[in-house]
Design a protein around this ligand. Structure first.
Ligand code: ZN
Length: 487
């Protein structure tokens, strides 16, 4: 009975088994269909970079590659089959260049390959070795003598001959590059090394402009050297400023340090001349009375005579001490000019400095006493004097120089000879009249330090006025009546 029941149960579930068998058949057919449509591939995946830089001399470390088996529908994530990968390379780390590493594998008829690029390069800098030198340079005046150096490179070997050596202030710089462009440098410090000359600095301007006739005074300078210190007292000056002659004058300041370095700086001094006033010729018959070497004891009386006829004259004065008379000359409207302070020929014509010293001294005296800053002047002895001949050429120099300095000098064309043979008023008057008769315009030379010469003046004035002459004082535009210069 129990067996019967069991049999009935089995008979009741038979259709389930049939259905399961049918489904399994369908699945098998589907699996077969899927398998046949699947695309498989084998790939090699590199470990590490596809391109590797290998330092020259280093050994190549293979990082390997692993195979992956893929399917387009099945095994899409891939599997790693346990197969060998064949690796081939010809890398020579002792030769710079580009190499390939080839990887190959096979799995059930599927093949794969991959490549890796390996570049053997030199990025190591060369090395410079310096042979040690002295702690201090041997002595003044000596430049550093090279103690030696060597440059070597891991690839190029000895590259000493490629070293570039540059001398700099206080050091020497050595630089070198290998054939791959790697460079290095080294310095050698040199205590006491002195490739630089003294530094010269000028007081005042490097370009100076001074008016002709003003003495040039050196404004000063300093020199300092990194090795020798203050060298101001060792500066040598070349060049001279002709302060009385317009032009450009370079002055060179030179200094040489104990290392033999020479420094030079230049100052340019430009001397400028004053333009000369235009000369205006007086009209008619004119007499310019001029009196040198005063004022003196007779000058006051002379001024009274001139006043009496309202005649204006010109006084070329010296530093005689008659200051009140000097003031009176100006007050009464006469022209005043510089003759000289000392009238000592040997002194004043000794040099341009001596002459101008005297000239400016007298100009200042006149200004201090009378308030007049005169530019009129007469050379002691006249511009044609030969008494200055112990100093050859001085009159040639001075006649130009005083005009460049803004002075107007006057000579004469009528000499009363009161400093020569004419010792009486009559003789002086005769000399003047006979001289004036030969000219339309006369500049008469007299000296108011002689009583007889002063006495002659009234007669000259009367004669002149009676004969249609005009008496005029000199001014800066008057004709100079310059003599021919004989020295
Ligand atoms: Zn004189």
């Amino acid at each position: 009975m129990e067996w019967e029941e069991e049999r009935e149960k089995k008979r009741g579930h038979g259709w389930i088994w049939i259905l399961a068998a049918a489904l399994m058949g369908l699945a098998a057919v589907g699996g077969m269909m899927l398998f046949w449509n699947n695309q498989f591939s084998l790939e090699l995946v590199l470990e590490g970079q596809e391109e590797v830089l290998l330092e020259y001399g280093d050994s190549y470390q293979e990082q390997g590659a692993h195979p992956v088996f893929f399917g387009s529908k099945m095994l899409r994530g891939g599997i790693t089959p346990d197969i060998a990968v064949d690796i081939q390379n010809e890398i020579n780390p002792e030769r710079l260049g580009c190499y390939r590493v080839t990887y190959c594998a096979e799995f059930h008829g599927y093949r794969a390959s991959a490549q890796r690029v390996v570049r053997v390069v030199d990025t190591v800098c060369p090395v410079i070795e310096l042979v040690p030198g002295p702690d201090q340079l041997p002595g003044p005046g000596e430049h550093y003598k090279e103690d030696g150096f060597r440059a070597s490179d891991n690839f190029d070997g000895d590259i000493t001959d490629r070293v570039v050596r540059t001398e700099m202030e206080g050091k020497i710089l050595y630089t070198v590059a290998d054939s791959s462009g790697n460079s290095c440098s080294a310095e050698r410090l040199l205590p006491g090394y002195d490739p630089i000359g003294p530094e010269i600095t000028l007081e005042g301007d490097a370009k100076m402009v001074i008016p002709a006739g003003c003495f040039f005074q050196e404004p000063g300078y300093h020199a300092w050297d990194s090795r020798d210190g203050d060298m101001t007292d060792q500066v040598e000056i070349e060049g001279e400023v002709l302060w009385y002659k317009p032009g450009s004058y370079p002055i060179f300041y030179n200094a040489t340090d104990s290392s033999g370095n020479i420094s030079t700086v230049v100052r340019c001094v430009e001397v400028t001349g004053k333009p000369r006033p235009e000369v205006s010729e007086p009209e008619g018959k004119v007499i310019y009375l001029t009196f040198d070497d005063g004022p003196g004891p007779y000058t006051g009386a002379l001024l009274d005579v001139l006043d009496k006829y309202d005649v204006k004259a010109t006084f070329f004065v010296v530093n005689s001490g008659y200051d009140d008379v000097l003031r009176e000359i100006v007050r009464r409207g006469h022209s005043i000019g510089i003759h000289t302070m000392s009238h000592a020929y040997n002194d004043i014509y000794a040099s341009p400095e001596a002459y101008f010293g005297d000239l400016f001294g007298m100009r200042q005296r006149i200004m201090d006493i009378t308030g007049v800053d005169t530019t009129l002047m007469r050379f002691p002895g006249g511009s044609s004097n030969t008494i200055s001949c112990p100093n050859p050429g001085i009159m040639t120099l001075l006649t130009e120089a005083v005009q460049d300095a803004g002075f107007q000098y006057f000579d004469w064309n009528v000499d009363s000879n009161d400093a020569g043979g004419a010792k009486t008023a009559n003789k002086v008057r005769e000399n003047i009249i006979s001289g004036v008769l030969g000219n339309r315009v006369s500049v008469v030379l007299q000296h108011d330090i002689h009583a007889y010469s002063v006495e002659a003046v009234e007669g000259v004035i009367r004669w002149g006025l009676d004969n249609g002459y005009t008496f005029l004082p000199l001014c800066e535009n008057s004709p100079g009546f310059h003599h021919g210069v004989r020295n």
